[in-house]
Design a protein around this ligand. Structure first.
Ligand code: OFO
Length: 171
């Protein structure tokens, strides 16, 4: 059985993961509307990962005979100034998620709930990867700066279409 405080924290985390789903989906729409298909695809794929995260916790709460409480998901930010503005916000979001996961691990340990502690280790590791990939994308955007062809090439890279490969296959 889950302790009440742990159950509440896990339900809040489900909401946070769903919020992340919504946030990445809004980012995907932003890029889609600007014909940056590679970025749109990357954000869409990430949104789906967030749904998987939410469902992992959902199933865990049930497996511990807990009660899932679904609460309202706030409307995400839907307008940004630039690609690096979008990705900067995503990194900030991931850092908040990391802090939230860490806080639940701490709570689970203080409650002597080692099953939840063990379950959350997957998320602890996942957050290292999440922060790294988003930060990596942000670093590339910072490198590109205002050089628009660079943005175009990065978009191609994210879409999985490397120009050099296409040239090779065309010859
Ligand atoms: Fe669920 O990891 Fe990103 O937010």
């Amino acid at each position: 059985m889950l302790k009440e405080r742990v159950e509440t924290a896990l339900n809040q985390q489900i909401n946070m993961e769903l919020q992340a789903y919504y946030t990445y989906l809004a980012a995907s729409a932003y890029f889609e509307e600007r014909s940056l298909k590679g970025f749109a695809q990357w954000m869409y794929h990430h949104a789906q990962e967030e749904m998987v995260h939410a469902m992992k916790i959902y199933h865990f709460v049930h497996s511990r005979r807990g009660h899932v409480v679904l609460t309202a998901i706030a409307a995400p930010k839907q307008d940004w100034q630039s690609a690096d503005d979008v990705v900067g916000d995503a990194l900030e979001h991931e850092q908040k998620v990391t802090a939230s996961i860490d806080a639940i691990v701490k709570l689970a340990r203080s409650e002597g709930d080692y099953a939840t502690d063990s379950f959350l280790q997957w998320f602890v590791d996942e957050q290292v990867e999440e922060e790294e990939i988003v930060d990596d994308l942000l670093q590339k955007l910072n490198l590109i700066g205002d050089f628009r062809p660079g943005l175009y090439l990065l978009d191609r890279e994210l879409a999985g279409g490397a120009p050099a490969e296409e040239e090779e296959s065309a010859t």
